[in-house]
Design a protein around this ligand. Structure first.
Ligand code: EPZ
Length: 417
């Protein structure tokens, strides 16, 4: 295990190139397994979750070549073997194998998902969709077994706006007989990215990115080449970092529209945000207004930026309130921020944050975005070295983190725990 050592307190300045979206990549790899021939995914981020998925594909009989940027997947010899434990437990997104293998082979057996456990994360809406398509779903020793003699199109209404369920149902439905509609679908950009790949493979999907998605099933899917969209959460994390260190960072290779909610909030606080065609420049200021933030499903303020925003709000004058309407208890970063001197109290699904000076301390990341929040906080601290352990969580979502931070002038290094 490693920890990140941070000697903070200086404004970070320069340019950072944003890589492909983690939450796209971990859906696009299983989606590729539905093709009868080779799929090439460009702009693939160099993350531990991506490496894990590459091993999973190999275990299923697929051939994988990875050059650090493009991943070539040849699923022509793939078989749907049960995957009870081991690799599938390392990341929550392994549940996309259910929709992909069910769609292609009519059967899938996958161990219950792992990943960031900041609160219970049910998959009842995924199962509701598979059953609506004609599959039978059973649980046995912690694994889910899904079987369908024939998948038939259906009208499915999601009781909860769920990114994972929307994508998983879209995967299975792309090979069902007839037409499926998903109502109350999630609208995240990653869903559009998966639909774009599937359509390039020969699927017939319309409406991705809206609350109603129509999928006309096809008999087979073929290989193609696809470039992954930029990671809006990684981009938002660096935007918040620029504001928190009162620096000046150009975040390059982004889609500014994906970050509208964050940009609006930063402007409200008094941060300077300059949007380009494929970049956003964020310039910090000596003082910030406190603001209230509500996380919502896309295009609202992303829950995946809630922890990072909490760190920034410790630098605002006055009291800010951040409320997470997607997850009710995504606050594992709060006790660690308090160890750094933050004045925060959690009330239900809200964190009430009073502006305060932070001080160096040893803290621990409990999940991916909580870890990012602690790195941001540590980089604002000028009176000592902050130690963030649990770097393995952060490596799941931020490639080249130390390199990128050093390029921006940060004094950070990794050290064995
Ligand atoms: C995706 O998770 C992301 N992960 C999460 O990012 C992100 O926080 C989340 O969407 C919300 O935007 C990936 O894309 C790999 P959901 P997902 O299904 O799909 C409830 C990160 O940091 N729900 O949209 O699992 C659920 O409990 C990660 O990169 C059900 O009740 O999230 C939650 O309250 C963390 N039943 C809400 O819906 C279900 O069947 C949204 O969850 C499914 C979800």
């Amino acid at each position: 295990m490693e920890k990140l050592m941070i000697s903070g307190g200086r404004p970070l300045r320069g340019t950072v190139q944003i890589s492909g979206a983690k939450n796209s990549a971990v859906a696009l790899i299983p989606a590729s397994l539905m093709a009868e021939s080779k799929v090439v995914l460009d702009n693939m981020p160099d993350l531990s979750d991506v490496a894990t998925f590459g091993e999973i594909v190999a275990e299923l009989g697929g051939q994988v070549e990875w050059d650090g940027s493009s991943m070539q997947i040849n699923p022509s010899n793939l078989i749907s073997v049960p995957m009870h434990n081991g690799l599938v437990k390392k990341l929550r997104a392994s549940y996309y194998l259910m929709g992909a293998l069910l769609g292609r082979f009519g059967t899938a057996t996958i161990g219950m998902p792992g990943g960031c456990a900041f609160e219970p994360r049910p998959i009842d809406q995924h199962i509701k969709g598979f059953e609506a398509l004609g599959a039978t779903v059973s649980m046995d020793h912690g694994s889910i077994h899904i079987e369908a003699r024939e998948l038939r199109g259906a009208k499915i209404y999601l009781d909860v706006v769920s990114v994972g369920a929307t994508i998983n149902i879209m995967l299975a439905a792309s090979r069902a007989k007839g037409t499926t509609t998903i109502e109350n679908a999630a609208k995240e950009p990653e869903i559009i990215d998966v639909a774009t790949l599937l359509n390039a493979m020969g699927a017939k999907i319309k409406g991705a990115g809206t609350e109603t998605i129509r999928i006309e099933g096809v008999d087979s899917l073929h290989g193609c080449r696809h470039s992954i969209i930029p990671d809006r959460i990684q981009a938002g994390t660096y935007m918040i970092l620029a504001a928190a260190t009162r620096g000046d960072i150009l975040i390059d290779n982004v889609i500014p529209k994906h970050l509208e909610a964050l940009s609006a909030k930063l402007l409200e606080m008094g941060v300077e945000v300059l949007e380009g065609d494929e970049s956003i420049r964020v310039i910090g200021r000596p003082s910030y207004e406190s603001v209230d933030v509500r996380t919502l499903v896309y295009p609202g303020f992303a829950t995946d930026l809630q922890s990072q925003m909490t760190s920034l709000l410790t630098q605002a004058t006055g009291v800010s309130i951040i409320t997470d309407y997607v997850y009710s208890n995504r606050f594992k970063h709060v006790p660690e921020l308090i160890r750094l001197g933050a004045k925060i109290r959690v009330e239900g699904r809200s964190a009430v944050i009073e502006g305060s000076q932070l001080n160096a301390a040893a803290v621990r990341a409990a999940d991916l975005r909580a870890g990012a929040a602690l790195v941001i906080a540590g980089l604002t601290v000028s009176n000592g070295v902050t130690e963030v352990s649990g770097v393995e969580y952060i490596d799941r979502g931020y490639d080249n983190l130390v390199h990128n931070l050093r390029q921006l002038g940060a004094d950070v290094w990794r050290q064995a725990e």
